[in-house]
Design a protein around this ligand. Structure first.
Ligand code: UTP
Length: 480
């Protein structure tokens, strides 16, 4: 669409303001704005705005909300056979090349405040490896063990696509074969003026755009050709994880096997919440359908309910780790329509006003809309939830300081390394019950799990206080 066509299209939609400076722009500015507008689904704008900007969408809570029955971390006697078969199935899927890794890294990372894509952030306790490298090493280790490369799909967005690609190139793709990495961008949406529903301009030649939420990944996968690539390669399942959590088992054969054996279209991992009102989504069964209810929507009375064992009944926290069937994503996009709800947030968004002045609002002036990946769960057949442990798999880097910060994440990596070593029969001296007295880092190329570590040769049986030990691909290295 050229400028004239766009003008003709936007005026009847009540969105002519987006082009109010267009005639005065230089060719590059015109091009930029035209491309941004042409990338939007303009025909759907009026409904989107009516339903989500002018009105606050009312999503009724299910009337009947029950706790979810999640698969336990360790199998009960009854589940033992299923878990044994699931582990074998998971490994078979990997050996057959039927699993792809799916990393969503399109977010803005505003809370961390790092100047660049979050995946560049140096996160490990000794080597300061960037998040991207931690995942690359995990995937390389699993590819090596399975004897089959794992195709890696990485979603970026306009805010970080170019620097992300450059970072991978600069680091020689962390030894990953670039032919097995597929970068693609998610969609962007403009912020809308809260009063008028008009799209806001951040500059005269630019909409005030932001990524359309991690749920947008399920549309972008299709639009970008990533889905077609998966089908060409015979990938049937995706292991989904987010860029901020280096503890994630980016590939978990047991989880993948359970997901496949139960014919689940979308499976999720859960952890016990730290306390009843922890700010994480809750897996529940609402009106007989598995779903995530956000912490802000789960009534306190339910959140605080305890069972006969004194444990909270609604204890299944969502940690954004999923397994998805490729055929499910295909079905979700059927007819070019991904029907996930929009989540509305009222924000302070700087903009250029009608007179061309830059305005920095001091109260929320705009609505931003995002889709969330967990909203696909109710649409999935046979969706399951599997329980993992926080210490084992969840310590995201969200904030610069305090909870969920680089400091807590490094601490948790060291703690997990110590736990794994203890399981492997190495005594680790502790400064306190939880805190190892040494600094430890285990490369995923040496071990991706406690079980694998147990099978490795570790030439000592004890780690003394104040030691710093890095386990590289070939074994432990004591550092000064
Ligand atoms: P968060 O919800 O923590 O958002 O994303 P964020 O953008 O990283 O950080 P803040 O809120 O601005 O501080 C969780 C995961 O989802 C991805 C992020 O990259 C991260 O891996 N994400 C989020 C996307 O890929 N796209 C989005 O539009 C939003």
């Amino acid at each position: 669409m050229d400028l004239a066509q766009l003008k003709a299209k936007l005026a009847p939609l009540g969105q002519a303001a987006a082009l109010r400076f267009a005639d005065s722009l230089d060719p590059a500015g015109k091009q930029k704005l035209t491309a941004q507008l042409a990338a939007l689904d303009l025909d759907k704008l009026p409904t989107l705005i009516d339903e989500n900007v002018r009105r606050k969408p009312h999503v009724p809570l299910p009337t009947d909300i029950k706790p979810v029955k999640a698969y336990p971390y360790r199998p009960t006697e009854e589940l033992k056979d299923l878990y044994d078969r699931a582990l074998v199935r998971g490994h078979d899927l990997l050996k057959q090349g039927k699993v792809g890794a799916f990393l969503v890294a399109g977010g803005q990372g505003t809370r961390l405040g790092y100047d660049g894509p979050k995946g560049e952030f140096p996160v490990t306790p000794i080597k300061n490896k960037p998040l991207f490298q931690v995942f690359a090493e995990q995937l390389l280790a699993h590819s090596r063990d399975a004897g089959k490369p794992i195709p890696w799909y990485i979603m970026t967005s306009e805010v970080n696509d170019a620097p992300t690609r450059a970072f991978f190139e600069e680091h020689r793709y962390f030894n990953y074969n670039p032919a097995n990495i597929f970068f693609f961008q998610q969609g962007m949406l403009p912020a809308f003026d809260m009063a008028t529903g008009e799209m806001l301009l951040s500059e005269k030649d630019s909409l005030a755009l932001s990524p359309d939420g991690h749920g947008g990944s399920l549309r972008a996968i299709d639009k970008s050709g990533a889905l077609a690539d998966m089908k060409k390669r015979g990938v049937e399942h995706l292991s989904y994880f987010q860029v901020d959590n280096p503890l994630v088992h980016a590939i978990d054969p047991l989880f993948l096997g359970l997901h496949d054996l139960t014919d689940s279209e979308m499976s999720s991992k859960t952890i016990a919440k730290a306390h009843a009102l922890e700010k994480v989504g809750n897996f529940v069964v609402g009106d007989n359908v598995l779903q995530v209810i956000e912490y802000s929507d789960l009534p306190d009375s339910l959140a605080r309910q305890v069972g006969p064992d004194g444990q909270p009944l609604f204890n299944a926290g969502s940690i954004a780790i999923h397994a998805l069937r490729v055929s499910f994503i295909e079905r979700l996009n059927h007819g070019g329509q991904l029907k996930l709800p929009w989540h509305r947030a009222e924000k302070k968004v700087p903009y250029v006003d009608a007179a061309g002045n830059e305005v920095k609002p001091d109260k929320p002036n705009a609505v931003k809309l995002e889709q969330f990946v967990f909203d696909a769960i109710p649409l999935a057949k046979n969706a399951i939830v599997y329980t993992t442990r926080r210490e084992e798999e969840f310590s995201p880097v969200k904030n610069a300081q305090g909870d969920d910060s680089p400091a807590t994440c490094r601490r948790d990596q060291v703690r997990r390394a110590a736990d794994w070593l203890e399981i492997a029969g190495v005594k680790v001296h502790r400064a306190s019950a939880a805190e190892p007295a040494a600094v430890l880092e285990i490369s995923p190329l040496f071990a991706t799990s406690a079980q694998q570590l147990k099978s490795r040769n570790i030439p000592f049986k004890e780690i003394k206080p104040n030691e710093t030990i890095y386990f590289d691909e070939s074994g432990p290295v004591r550092l000064p």
